[in-house]
Design a protein around this ligand. Structure first.
Ligand code: V1S
Ligand code: CA
Ligand code: ZN
Length: 393
């Protein structure tokens, strides 16, 4: 007995790989792995590494990737080479193998390494949880929710989340997957479509014709055949442009609260895509760092083992703010960290304002119009409540 104990709170583990962050999707591509470096540097500037177990994650092995993906797909992914000359964005190759090589999922140098490192971090995080060595495990380099068993989609090649949840399922009877990326978590939903051991919940901007990937309507709730165990185990929360912190938190708490009560998960996997923040290059919402973080706080309060994944996020300074604040929530120091960015923060001018919590005016100039009437949000909560009548733990 040394007498030295950890401060009250949680055992948090942090999984990252600096090698992953050096990859490039191409000049004009919105996905910038460098945002992970910016996030980490802000997290470290606040001194948070001293309150967590920090790991350099390994690359997932071929066998680990094959726990979800087809070997045909993995073999191709492991051997394709980048195009010598980048294809003209307007002139896409019409017949892409496994949807690889177009403008969304380009072939770039070190692609296979990038993918296996992302999955390795997610898998390491899941294993820290199942080994009872952490209460919350963080893998900001994961969260690539669109990848399918044999297809790349929407900047995602390997579905690290599915691979991590499969690992959790070796130890836990039921896992709740929650997705606050502005896009529909279609790959994870599809992977667990036919099981009642995983409930998937995605909050997203929904417009079948004009917003990627176009799926995730309110009444898409899993297989229509009642005899399929997966029936009713997909929850979709379709939203419109401009939703605010207040509305989002009302929806999130009410929906996730009811689901946890009814489904009784043994663990939660939370995808924290930061493209749902105001001012995101691809997103459409008006969420602030506080509102995004409130979702993490709510999940933590459920008192269940929790894995936090990254995901989308295309305005790096805001991604870094959100994931820094959310790391502080995991640790439990959110009320004690300064809202002023530390003086010695690297790339400090990247952040434009020196605050962790910029106002909507600071982020956008003029806030985006809110197209989510309160009545519609009530209907959504009502639909989910009715859906849950069919769910049994
Ligand atoms: N929205 C959007 C968007 N922007 C791009 C894009 C832009 C410039 C490039 F150089 C390359 C791609 N692609 C899209 C979307 C995909 C969004 C993926 C989100 C991923 C995530 O945050 O959920 C998780 C990491 N793709 C499309 O809208 C498809 C197209 C239909 C239109 C755009 N063109 C470029 C491809 C086909
Ligand atoms: Ca989502
Ligand atoms: Zn997204």
């Amino acid at each position: 007995e040394s007498g030295i104990t950890r401060p009250k709170g949680y055992n948090v583990s942090f999984h990252c790989n600096p090698e992953m962050e050096k990859h490039h999707f191409g000049m004009t591509h919105p996905m910038k792995p460098w945002r992970l470096t910016l996030s980490k540097s802000l997290i470290y500037s606040y001194g948070m590494s001293f309150a967590m177990d920090n790991y350099i994650s390994r690359a997932a092995t071929y066998e680990e990737l094959a726990s979800f993906h087809s070997t045909d797909y993995l073999d191709f992914l492991g051997t394709v080479l980048p195009e010598p000359v980048p294809r003209d964005l307007e002139n896409q190759n019409p017949d892409l193998k496994f949807n690889l090589g177009g403008s969304d999922c380009p072939l770039f140098d070190g692609l296979y390494d990038y993918c296996s490192m992302s999955a390795g971090g997610a898998l390491d995080a899941a294993r820290k949880i199942t080994a009872n060595q952490s209460d919350i495990a963080i893998a900001w380099g994961g969260g690539l929710h669109h990848a399918k068993r044999a297809e790349a989609s929407g900047f995602c090649y390997i579905n690290d989340i599915v691979i991590a949840i499969l690992e959790l399922l070796r130890f836990y009877p039921r896992v709740l997957y929650v997705d606050i990326d502005v896009h529909h978590g279609d790959g994870v939903e599809e992977a667990f479509f036919s099981t009642d051991r995983v409930m998937t919940v995605s909050f997203h901007k929904y417009d079948p014709n004009n917003f990627f990937p176009g799926t995730g309507a309110l009444d898409d709730n899993g297989p229509k055949n009642e005899h399929n165990p997966g029936a009713h185990h997909a929850v979709n929360v379709p939203l419109n442009d401009g939703i605010t912190d207040e509305q989002y938190d009302m929806l999130f708490n009410s929906i996730i609260g009811k689901i946890v009560e009814k489904f009784r998960p043994s663990a939660i996997a939370l995808q924290c895509g930061a493209d749902s923040l105001a001012g995101d290059r691809l997103g459409r919402f008006n969420l602030q760092v506080q509102g995004h973080g409130a979702c993490v706080e709510f999940c933590k309060k459920m008192g269940l083992p929790l894995v936090l994944f990254g995901g989308g996020g295309y305005t790096p300074r805001n991604v870094a703010r959100a994931w820094t604040y959310e790391t502080s929530i995991a640790i439990g120091c959110q009320d004690n960290i300064s809202s002023v960015l530390p003086q010695h923060t690297p790339w400090r001018d990247q952040f434009r304002q020196d605050t962790l919590f910029p106002t909507l005016e600071q982020i956008l100039g003029e806030p985006r119009q809110n197209r989510n009437p309160q009545k519609r949000l009530q209907e959504i909560v009502q639909h989910v409540s009715e859906q849950l009548r069919f769910v049994q733990a």
